[in-house]
Design a protein around this ligand. Structure first.
Ligand code: SF4
Length: 450
């Protein structure tokens, strides 16, 4: 890595899956406000629904998700009972036209930790309460270790057409260090089962920055993953935050690759995927040419939300489950992270939302600027400000904030247009932070840029 890039690689910056980011959500946000926002949705609003399943069969040491390993399946069964109750409770407050759920996404945790019958029960509750649009997208995150040929058929029969797998790294020494043993053969078989069952889109997640990873191991993993031809591949850097995620203490600091090695691994994966026909999308996604993400990136309609890059253009995101984040035209809402608190609120027939943020017109304008930059690698902030009714002077401090990035070549300015050269896409978040009015540079507040 060029030494002038080093300070930018080390910087802690938000992921910008939303703006303002979740760090800004207010802890005294009232649940009834979330219900009011739901009730006030335009009757013709298109919807996206996110369902969070916070359970896994086994904990991966690198995991940064909100999940746990239950002592028995009973806990998950009770969780589903509450989830369905909250979906029904929310549907009772919804005044919109049914049949407008264009995207249903199960995330976690491992949604396929649940029995098929429980998954079907949740899908049915969403469909009865809000109405799934015909031809819509139904996606779930999964663990290839929980997928059989029969399961793939059953999930496809329920309507699921998109799936995402955690692959991370195929090298056994890496898998042993992260407590996630899954052979290449197991992932290849799961991939075959999904294709046979008719899934139209398969995504693999890969990681860099894990213990025992080398440039050679990530190159080999990228080649093997690409050889299975998933439609999309997402690549994430491991964020080591053991003071926040206690199980990460199982990963020794001393075994982690340094920043220069992380950069070399990330760029190696990018090169390998490009060599196998994958187009780079935004910050960290890669897709084959036929995939909707590639098309959206090419025609400027790519979006970014809590699930990463997407083609979802829904008017609102309804979220169910502990810690789940939803979005309305007025702002963001987040359910209680603690499952007990979450279920007690549902028991009282209340909204389980405990955090949130009413966004301002300026927040929405800045969100637009940041989203276009994160998606297109270029933006005209003055034009977006104008469209939202703000003077271009609202960004008068941006030039000064961007000056170091421009000097290092990771940002370019042409008239009122700001862009990030494709070879520096890893630094997109750093450039985006120049347009973030809430951003405070502080160690350990966000993930490192690289
Ligand atoms: S399977 Fe996924 S969510 Fe579960 S512990 Fe592993 S990384 Fe975390």
């Amino acid at each position: 890595m060029d030494t002038k890039l080093l300070p930018f690689a080390m910087q802690d910056v938000p992921r910008y899956t939303s703006y303002p980011t979740a760090v800004q959500f207010q802890p005294d946000f009232k649940g009834p406000t979330a219900d009011q926002w739901l009730a006030a949705l335009d009757p013709e609003a298109t919807l996206s629904v996110y369902v969070h399943i916070p359970f896994c069969r086994q904990l991966c040491w690198y995991c940064g998700c909100h999940t746990s390993v239950p002592n028995s399946y009973d806990r998950a069964a009770r969780y589903v009972e509450y989830l369905v109750r909250d979906i029904r409770r929310s549907a009772g407050r919804f005044n919109g036209r049914k049949g407008k759920v264009a995207h249903l996404h199960f995330g976690g945790g491992t949604p396929t930790y649940l029995d098929d019958l429980h998954i079907a029960e949740i899908v049915e509750a969403v469909d009865k309460g809000f109405g799934l649009a015909s031809g819509g997208e139904m996606a779930l995150e999964s663990d290839p270790r929980t997928l059989t040929r029969e399961r793939a058929r059953v999930l496809a029969g329920m309507g699921f057409n998109r799936i995402s797998f955690g692959v991370q790294d195929f090298a056994t020494p890496v898998q042993m260090k992260i407590n996630r043993l899954q052979t290449y053969g197991l992932v290849a078989a799961a991939n075959d089962f999904l294709r046979e069952a008719g899934f139209s889109s398969v995504n693999f997640d890969l990681m860099y920055g894990l213990p025992a990873q080398t440039v050679e191991s990530v190159a080999r993993t990228a080649q093997q993953a690409a050889g299975l031809k998933p439609d999309r591949i997402s690549v994430f850097g491991y964020a080591h935050v053991p003071w926040f995620k206690k199980h990460q203490k199982m990963i020794s600091d001393a075994e982690l690759p340094g920043i220069t090695a992380r950069y070399a691994q990330a760029t190696t994966i990018e090169r390998e995927l490009a060599a196998h026909g994958y187009a780079a999308i935004g910050l960290d996604h890669f897709a084959l040419g036929h995939d909707e993400l590639s098309k959206a990136a090419a025609n400027g309609t790519l979006r970014r939300n809590f699930q990463g890059y997407t083609t979802d253009v829904s008017d609102a995101l309804l979220a169910f489950g502990a810690s789940a984040i939803g979005e309305f035209p007025q702002g963001f809402v987040q359910s209680a992270r603690d499952t007990l608190e979450w279920s007690q609120k549902i028991d009282r027939n209340e909204s389980p939302v405990t955090r949130g943020l009413a966004t301002t017109p300026e927040d929405r304008m800045r969100a637009d600027v940041i989203e276009r930059l994160m998606c297109d690698l270029a933006v005209d902030p003055a034009a977006i400000a104008h469209r939202h009714g703000f003077p271009a002077s609202v960004f008068e401090d941006a030039a000064q904030k961007l000056a170091p990035a421009v000097a290092a070549g990771i940002a370019e300015v042409s008239g009122t247009r700001i862009s990030v050269p494709a070879k520096h896409r890893l630094f997109l978040r750093t450039v985006a932070s120049a347009f973030d009015a809430h951003f405070v540079s502080a160690p350990n507040r966000h993930a490192k840029a690289v």
